[in-house]
Design a protein around this ligand. Structure first.
Ligand code: UDP
Length: 395
């Protein structure tokens, strides 16, 4: 019988997301491949999710991302309400073989708290594991709740208790990697691009400084907090400054954005996003944090655009220095490499993406992990979980 997975993508954005949406994009990439491999997928997302699945569960009619700028006490119930819907479904039905959860912190906490009478769960860690030390440092999911990372570097930063629950890492994937080596090359223009949320960790201020200093054109694409377009941010009231990414934009990035050498185009999506990246001489990642998974990095490779980056986090796992990109230690190092990166062969980038970062590669690896998690949950140490549920299921 086909394996049925409840894929929990959370309440923030529909799947697929309209433009920006790291986790929701991963889910949108993974699910069609899992279904092709014979897995039945029940998706827990928002009511406006359009990804074809076997069943959609939702608590909210649409994505709640916009609420994230409000104070904590007004938004802290959102992911809990979504999880409450997931837990209700898990208690009411008996066809779910495994939960694959992607909801930061609360997903793991709730699945763990459900206790030994509930089924196996795999929680994918998409973020920096230096976060949430008070949760991760004391995690006890037994043999039933397992976690996986999105890079080895990310897991290496995790507290011991979290690593003890790990079944390893699965690199991210992009549909752009499919037949990437066969697609015709795109004519490059002179610009470099930074694609991603405008936030201190992504280092847009360093990129902008470098563009002025070295004299290349730089396009910044991505949202600033909940603001997807420059006009939206310009129209926002003073309360927008409560958002740390808006403060970062106003104080450190906007003064360097002159609309000529450095431009901000807001969130880009679909073909416009792909064209912008494919035509760039390089994708720049002037990172100020340990990048955990780097979707935009592998997308750039798939589009034949070499990567110029500060080699933090997962970057050395994804990019081979001198072949698919150039990695530096800091801003000075980047300045030395700005012009050399254009000499790299775009075909190497596409080949690399086509062999390592396809949706099929990712889905096959997850199917393996689902089996491992189910075996671990059914093992001798989990014997009580194998018995009948304490509370009879309603049907
Ligand atoms: N993205 C997009 N449009 C934008 C900016 C980003 O579609 O204007 C997408 C990008 O292509 C990638 C995701 O958002 O798929 C960002 O994921 P990544 O892992 O690079 O960064 P995160 O925000 O998750 O740290």
């Amino acid at each position: 019988m086909a394996l049925t997975v409840l894929m929990n993508a959370g309440p923030w954005l529909p799947v697929p997301p309209p433009g920006y949406g790291g986790i929701e994009n991963v889910v949108a990439t993974l699910v069609p491949e899992l279904r092709r491999l014979g897995v039945r997928v029940v998706l827990a997302s928002t009511g406006d999710a359009t990804l074809p699945v076997d069943e959609l569960l939702s608590v909210f009619p649409d994505g709640q991302f916009g609420a994230l700028q409000r104070p904590y006490n007004q938004v802290c119930g959102i992911s809990q309400a979504h999880l409450n819907g997931v837990v209700r479904a898990l208690r009411e039905r008996d066809d779910i073989d495994l939960v694959h959860d992607h909801v930061e912190a609360v997903g793991l906490a709730v699945l763990t708290a459900m206790g030994p009478n509930s089924g196996p769960a795999l929680h994918t860690l998409h973020w920096d594991l230096g976060k949430h030390p008070d949760l991760y440092g004391y995690l006890d999911g037994g043999d039933r709740v397992r976690v996986n990372g999105v890079s080895a570097a990310q897991l290496a930063r995790a507290p011991r208790a979290l690593r003890d629950h790990s079944v390893g890492h699965v690199h991210l994937a992009t549909p752009l990697a499919v037949h990437a080596a066969r697609r015709p090359p795109v004519r490059k223009s002179g610009h470099q691009v930074i694609l991603g949320r405008i936030t201190p960790g992504k280092g847009q201020h360093i990129g902008a400084r470098l563009a002025h200093r070295a004299g290349f054109d730089l396009v910044l694409a991505g949202p600033v907090g909940p603001y997807r377009r420059p006009e939206e941010l310009a129209a926002a009231g003073p309360e927008a400054g409560q958002n740390p990414d808006v403060r970062y934009w106003r104080e450190q990035v906007a003064p360097l954005v002159d609309g000529d050498r450095v431009r901000w185009v807001g969130t880009v999506a679909g073909a416009a996003r792909d064209d912008l990246v494919a035509a760039a001489r390089a994708s720049l990642f002037p990172l100020c944090w340990e990048e955990p998974g780097g979707t935009a990095v592998i997308e750039s490779l798939a589009l034949g655009t070499p990567v110029l980056a500060i080699g933090r986090g997962c970057l050395p796992e994804l990019v081979e220095h001198g072949r698919t990109g150039l990695l530096a230690d800091d801003e000075e190092g980047l300045a030395d490499l700005v012009w050399q990166v254009g000499d790299l062969d775009e075909r190497e980038c596409r080949r690399e993406a086509g062999s390592r970062f396809t949706p099929t590669t990712m889905a096959e690896r997850y199917v393996e992990l689902y089996e491992r998690v189910r075996e671990s949950a059914a093992g001798p140490a989990a014997a009580p979980a194998a018995g009948p549920p304490a509370t009879p299921a309603p049907r």
